[in-house]
Write a protein that binds this ligand. Structure first.
Ligand code: TMP
Length: 213
């Protein structure tokens, strides 16, 4: 049992979720909440080292199953060393991507059997899950062009075929439908300010954590 609140941001490449995660964290901090901003893969030093293997290099340098195993190794470190302790201290944890990305990218995108992914989940983080998840929904081509414009070094996934990105995008929408009480789907073609306001209102409506005095 934790007394914090766990929020995750999900979506395809270039959907703006990292910006929104940061804006939400800044806004909640300025309103007196204790907020920790983190990301996957990564968030702690061991998992950040794994991230480099996953996001850099040639698109075919890893088998999808290798990707999945590395992602869960990184996630286990992250959850045990950072996310759970912060939640147990009563903080709000905001994470840029989490387990739903593995279902979308490695499951729907690469075609790994979703039951195998569920099995790995139960072996590692078990029933641990976010309290609230935002899916930033944007047409695939728009997202890919936004993400390439940022001159990003982490291009391994961006460089995969458009059909891969379309599959994972459909996957995210399916996952959101299957978990409709946890998910809020946001139209990511709106302005940064509009999206920020919508997200903040949803969060303030749901959190019951006390602010710092
Ligand atoms: P980011 O660009 O949003 O920081 O995410 C890094 C990449 O890692 C992104 O291209 C998606 C990929 N990824 C997966 O394929 N599966 C996962 O479970 C996670 C967390 C990320």
């Amino acid at each position: 049992m934790t007394n914090g609140f766990f929020i995750t941001f999900e979506g395809g490449e270039g959907c703006g979720k990292s910006t929104q995660a940061r804006l939400l964290s800044e806004e909640l901090n300025s309103q007196g909440y204790n907020t920790i901003l983190t990301r996957e893969p990564g968030g702690v030093s061991s998992a950040e080292r794994i991230r480099k293997i996953l996001v850099e290099g040639e698109k075919n340098s890893l088998f999808p199953m290798t990707e999945l195993l590395l992602l869960f190794a990184a996630r286990f470190e992250h959850v045990e060393r950072k996310i759970k302790p912060e939640l147990n201290n009563g903080n709000i944890v905001i994470c840029d991507r989490f387990y739903d990305s593995s279902l979308a990218y490695q499951g729907y995108g690469h075609g790994i059997d979703l039951n195998k992914i569920e099995h790995l989940k139960s072996l590692t983080i078990d029933s641990f899950q976010p309290d609230l998840t935002f899916l930033l929904d944007l047409p695939v081509m728009e997202g890919l062009s936004r993400s390439k414009r940022t001159n990003n070094k982490e291009l391994r996934f961006e460089n995969m075929d458009v059909s891969f990105h379309e599959k994972l995008q459909n996957g995210f929408n399916q996952i959101a439908k299957n978990n409709s009480t946890r998910f809020s789907i946001i139209d990511a073609s709106q302005s940064i300010e509009q999206i920020k306001k919508i997200i903040l209102n949803i969060v303030l409506d749901k959190i019951t954590i006390n602010k710092e005095p």
